[in-house]
Design a binder for this molecule. Structure first.
Ligand SMILES: N[C@@H](CCC(=O)N[C@@H](CS)C(=O)NCC(=O)O)C(=O)O
Length: 223
């Protein structure tokens, strides 16, 4: 039997968190090897483990996978969270890419210069309520089903619920006008695998605090 997937990243959300969410939701246990210093990262770079000298990197099924989207695609395919045919997959891809765009805006917010931060938060809130969430609310309303695609849980639901938690962290009123999204969040959060991941002590990572931000900047040599 293959061992547990091994995740290589720093001990924070960043680009690995969606991978953690997807594996956990699929009921897959994983190990984490945290990169704690720039030297830890250099070691992985120098031993040839990182195709583009970047993490996330996931050891799974005898491979060392890099590139977040490629990793997510592999996991979603392997655990049957990627639709039943190419049309469903196209829908899932479109939804997922939209979610990734908003997720990226939120993820890089801590790196924003202080004098630009308020404007950036205003923009993220606008995009959340005017561009992204209405799309997914409309999808759920249009077919009246429990999940976004094919009346079955897919990666799109998992990525969306992860995103809804971040949106709520930013401003809990942002979901007020999206009753179907709130219901989806509750439904997915109550799935046994997700419920477990949401409990304290799981591999889910908290929002980035000042100390972790400084550590991440040091590891990834961000000025
Ligand atoms: N397109 C890549 C980007 C990966 C990336 O930017 N990784 C950063 C950490 S979040 C990194 O490894 N930086 C170190 C470097 O580029 O030397 C992905 O999605 O995986």
């Amino acid at each position: 039997m293959a061992g547990k997937p091994k995740l290589h990243y720093f001990n924070g959300r960043g680009r690995m968190e969606s991978i953690r969410w997807l594996l956990a939701s699929a009921g897959v246990e994983f190990e984490e090897k945290f990169i704690g210093t720039p030297e830890d990262l250099d070691k992985l770079k120098n031993d040839g483990s990182l195709m583009f000298q970047q993490v996330p990197m996931v050891e799974i099924d005898g491979m060392k996978l890099v590139q977040t989207r490629a990793i997510l695609n592999y996991i979603a395919t392997k655990y049957n969270l990627y639709g039943k045919d190419i049309k469903e997959r196209a829908l899932i891809d479109m939804y997922t890419e939209g979610m990734a765009d908003l997720n990226e805006m939120i993820m890089v917010l801590p790196l924003c210069p202080p004098d630009q931060k308020d404007a950036k938060i205003t923009l993220i809130k606008e995009r959340t309520t005017d561009r992204y969430l209405p799309v997914f609310e409309k999808v759920l309303k249009s077919h009246g089903q429990d999940y976004l695609v094919g009346n079955k849980l897919s990666r799109a639901d998992i990525h969306l619920v992860e995103l809804l938690y971040y949106v709520e962290e930013l401003d809990s009123s942002l979901l007020a006008n999206f009753p179907l999204l709130k219901a989806l969040k509750t439904r997915v959060s109550n799935l046994p695998t997700v419920k477990k991941f949401l409990q304290p002590g799981s591999p889910r990572k908290p929002p980035l605090d000042e100390k972790s931000l400084e550590q991440a900047k040091k590891i990834f040599r961000i000025n």
